[in-house]
Design a protein. Structure first.
Length: 144
């Protein structure tokens, strides 16, 4: 009895492997990996970074990112940005008024830890007075 593998000729005349379905067992695994990859890409939250560095102040009860809120960045020198686009205070108010509703999540201010507290408070009260509340300040917990 011979233990050698046999091969068959295909229609093109080339030798075909004796067991053509040997790679077929990997196909469901490859499909699963691609489905998981697509799911993770669809479930990922894409956040536009601020056009300047923003280091949030530290707090014991840190308020973290809220992906459904409008994100307003405030630099240490008072520059404002919405969705990564630098804006003046008046244009910011106008754009927030035109923006679609965020499901009641309001505005999340990402102020730099070096920002003047008066600037942060003035922005917070102005946004609340314009009716964009709740307006919250993003804080990082200690040790981040």
């Amino acid at each position: 009895m011979s233990l050698r593998r046999t091969a068959t000729r295909s229609l093109t005349g080339r030798l075909a492997p004796a067991n053509p379905g040997s790679d077929a067992s990997l196909l469901p695994l490859i499909n699963l990996v691609f489905l998981i990859l697509i799911f993770l890409m669809m479930a990922a939250v894409l956040v536009t970074p601020a056009p300047f560095d923003v280091e949030a102040p530290r707090s014991e009860a840190g308020i973290r990112d809220d992906p459904s809120a409008h994100r307003v960045a405030l630099s240490p020198v008072g520059e404002l940005a919405l969705a990564g686009e630098p804006l003046s205070r008046e244009v910011l108010i106008e754009r927030l008024g035109q923006a679609p509703a965020t499901g009641g999540q309001g505005v999340l201010i990402e102020a730099d830890a070096r920002s003047d507290a008066r600037q942060v408070l003035a922005l917070l009260t102005r946004l609340e007075a314009e009716g964009f509340g709740p307006v919250r300040l993003k804080l990082d917990p200690p040790g981040d």
